[in-house]
Design a protein around this ligand. Structure first.
Ligand code: ZN
Length: 201
């Protein structure tokens, strides 16, 4: 069953994409940017990006979301067989209001994992059913996933999407996001390679 969506061509600084927006009564529309040609018979390059207004829109240096978003669109465009799925689950699923509270706690020295827990949240509340739904609508069952996050790989596999390859998406660390990277690596077990090894050990 296809879910209700609307779509058109979108010209961006990375090139042309097909933009598909799913209807959502809560205003949490899932958005897909896919390459003009899409062949689901071979594994498709996929980025599942959860919304981060501060990073994606304002260029915040406290995380690497905006940079990951740009790098993903670039890679997807280059590969000519890919999809970016933009999920509206801000702040690892706790929302912008609560995320800013976690930033206050991070200023006091707590890391992103501890801050979430102190506010009564799970360390990561994101879910990926909407990504699975969108992939299924496109007839995609096998993907090459752009991520450093092993639990995202597992979650997609558990939802029945075969992740045939994980493509790393490692951004350089800076003064503001160094602790964020360390907690991603040590608490969320993200894969980081030597690219940030110089700053984050
Ligand atoms: Zn972010």
């Amino acid at each position: 069953m296809q879910h209700p969506f609307t779509e058109t061509m979108l010209a961006t600084k990375f090139g042309h994409f097909n933009i598909r927006v799913y209807a959502d009564t809560q205003g949490k529309e899932t958005v897909l940017l896919s390459t003009e040609k899409l062949d689901p018979s071979i594994p498709v390059c996929v980025r599942i990006h959860s919304e981060c207004m501060t990073g994606d829109t304002f260029g915040s240096l406290h995380c690497d979301c905006g940079e990951q978003l740009d790098a993903s669109l670039q890679k997807i465009k280059e590969g000519e067989n890919g999809v970016l799925i933009y999920l509206r689950q801000e702040g690892r699923g706790i929302g912008l209001f609560e995320k800013i509270k976690t930033y206050q706690l991070q200023k006091k020295g707590y890391d992103t994992y501890e801050a979430n827990v102190l506010l009564g949240h799970e360390p990561d509340e994101r879910t990926y059913e909407k990504a699975k739904m969108a992939l299924e609508d496109l007839g995609i069952t096998r993907i090459r996933l752009l991520t450093n996050n092993p639990s995202k790989v597992n979650d997609m596999m558990n939802l029945g999407i075969e992740v045939v390859e994980r493509i790393p998406l490692v951004m350089p660390a800076n003064t503001y996001n160094e602790r964020y990277f360390i907690s991603k690596r040590d608490k969320f077990h993200h894969f980081f390679q030597e690219t940030i090894g110089a700053k984050v050990r």
